[in-house]
Write a protein that binds this ligand. Structure first.
Ligand code: ATP
Ligand code: MG
Length: 564
């Protein structure tokens, strides 16, 4: 994707304006600031594309900064997965990998500066009492009885908080602003709390930790960030961040808010994604049904398709929900260009060609990708016995069923025309177990009857050459379009789709797929796009995940509903 092609969104407009006006000496410096308390998801991808994209577009820089101020929820495994995912998505922070925890000393000194200026105090109220004193949107809050401690006392208590003299939760440091402010964020927000917890990087060096609101803006300032892009819920926090930066007299980034991505049939809250993992509704953060980047990657999504999706949804100031169908459209478009077409029978039905010589094998030429002649071709074996898809045969087919039925003809892709002569059934169940056919020996490419008009073309796999494989068919994890809407669905796990995965263990694939390696993308002809599962596949025994269907299932449903 060329970032210069993007539509001119309002954020680009602001940055452009600042650059032209020579603000920040014309520099553009952004950052992507994840909290390492979960894996990145498609919503984060929007923020990553935006931040790294702006830097690229305006000749600037973009940092990766871990906002690691809450030791209780943060872990090193998340730090590692986040780096892997940002790189995979195609972005490079070069040597600018930072952690808010790198700034704990500076942030502490800034807090001391606030206390010295009479703008912060140590409060002995506990969390519940602070909440009670806070007031509501319509009623002002009440001052804490500790609000008017002297600067000396505050400095002494804050230092002793740091030294570990007090228990977890016993005291906090608060900004001294205005308990009656119409903006609740101004009602003496907490800046530091005591937490006797091990931090993933600083260990037990600290027992007081800065709150997000105190750490975030100052971290941006320390890094020389010029444009601090964040989601809309921080709009009301902006005046507070401005207040801090003004009191501290330190460089002042411009904060610009945009609407976070919501995606239909998907939840994007890390708390909910963690719940899905912890309660075993999915196999892990990288389950191919998860909207995480690691899940999407395992499902077979390409980085290019996700970047394209982020590009197409654009950036807005109004919250909306993007359609999952758009994401699927983007991956389909990309896979159409890059995936090899192969033949795989997911639910096999045996076919015997009675007039084909026993023991004979022909190697037929098959093109790899009609969209890309440079992809070349391969040989596929044809023999007397083969498998076709169960759904490609009907004993009593309607007129418009252009597949196989008693006495009907079809073409086998890359091969011959066959005719169904006889149906073998299970005596007990009546189930069709085998078809006996004849073939027209002159009907393959170059043969005398090759041009004969036949309506249906089926995919097939030679029985004795086929490899067995597991194939997993995925559908949406939720069966409702807004599972994250808490008013409609107080318990989102009740919206889980019980049919979100179907595992087929007896699939027969053309032999070339024995060499399919993780990361390979394929179109199983007439079926769907699939990719090789990187975790469960073994050498010579690939497992396939259905990435996306060939056509938009929703469009089909709408069409059916509306008649022809
Ligand atoms: P949660 O509240 O579910 O824990 P978060 O937004 O706090 O998620 P962070 O790790 O803090 O998660 O997010 C890092 C960056 O990614 C932030 O700048 C945030 O604005 C952005 N981001 C997170 N979710 C989305 C989303 N759905 N759409 C766009 N940007 C997002
Ligand atoms: Mg956050």
């Amino acid at each position: 994707m060329n970032e210069n092609d993007s539509p001119h969104n309002f954020i680009q407009h602001f940055v452009d304006e600042d650059k032209k006006a020579g603000k920040y000496e014309g520099r553009v410096h952004t950052r992507f600031p994840p909290e390492p308390n979960g894996f990145l998801h498609i919503g984060h991808a929007k923020s990553i594309c935006l931040n790294f994209g702006l830097a690229a577009q305006f000749g600037g820089l973009c940092n990766l900064r871990f906002d690691d101020t809450n030791p209780i929820k943060e872990e090193d495994k998340y730090v590692r997965s986040i780096q892997e995912d940002v790189k995979w998505l195609g972005f490079d922070w070069q040597d600018r990998l930072f952690y808010a925890s790198d700034y704990f000393e500076e942030l502490y000194q800034y807090a001391v500066r606030l206390i010295e200026g009479g703008h912060a105090y140590v409060d002995d109220l506990n969390a519940d009492e602070i909440r009670e004193h806070r007031g509501t949107l319509t009623a002002p809050g009440k001052d804490s009885p500790y609000r008017n401690r002297s600067v000396e006392e505050n400095l002494d208590l804050f230092e002793r908080m740091r030294a570990g003299e007090f228990d977890t939760g016993a005291r906090v440091l608060r900004a001294k602003i205005d308990m009656a402010s119409g903006n609740l964020n101004f009602r003496d927000p907490v800046l530091y709390r005591i937490l006797k917890a091990m931090h993933h990087r600083t260990g037990d060096q600290w027992c007081i930790y800065p709150m997000y609101d105190w750490a975030h803006g100052q971290s941006d300032s320390i890094e020389g960030v010029t444009h601090s892009i964040c989601t809309l819920e921080f709009e009301d926090h902006r005046p507070l961040y401005d207040w801090f930066l003004e009191k501290l007299q330190i460089p002042h980034p411009r904060q610009i808010e945009f609407a976070r991505l919501n995606l239909s049939y998907t939840v994007l809250s890390k708390r909910k994604l963690l719940q899905l993992v912890n309660e075993g509704h999915v196999s892990g953060w990288d389950d191919p049904r998860m909207p995480t980047l690691s899940g999407l990657r395992r499902r077979g999504y390409t980085a290019a398709s996700i970047r394209e999706f982020c590009h197409r949804i654009g950036v807005a100031k109004v919250t909306s929900t993007a359609d999952l169908a758009l994401l699927e459209h983007c991956i389909r478009e990309d896979l159409n260009k890059r995936s090899h077409r192969v033949m795989a029978v997911l639910r096999p039905l045996k076919v015997v060609i009675d007039n084909y010589p026993e023991g004979q094998v022909e190697e037929l030429e098959a093109e790899n990708n009609p969209e890309d002649p440079s992809a070349g071709s391969r040989k596929i074996p044809f023999s007397r016995e083969m498998y076709i898809e169960q759904e490609d045969f009907m004993e009593d087919p309607p007129k418009k069923f252009f597949r196989l039925g008693p006495g009907r003809e079809v073409r086998l892709k890359h091969a011959y025309i066959i005719k169904c002569e006889r149906v073998v059934k299970d005596d007990q169940t009546g189930e069709v177990t085998e078809l006996h056919c004849t073939y027209d020996p002159d009907s393959k490419q170059g043969g005398a009857t090759a041009g004969r008009k036949i309506k249906g073309t089926l995919h097939w796999v030679s029985a004795k050459h086929a490899i067995n494989a597991q194939v997993r068919l995925y559908s949406t994890l939720f069966n409702t379009s807004e599972p994250g809407n808490e008013k409609q669905h107080p318990n989102f796990t009740e919206c889980l789709n019980p049919d979100s995965i179907e595992v087929l263990n007896d699939c027969r694939l053309e032999p070339s797929l024995a060499n399919a390696v993780p990361g390979g993308y394929y179109q199983f002809l007439r079926m769907a796009y699939f990719s090789v599962d990187p975790i469960d596949s073994k050498p010579g025994a690939p497992v396939f995940n259905r990435t996306v269907t060939l056509r938009d299932a929703w469009a089909k449903i709408v069409k059916k509903g509306g008649g022809k």
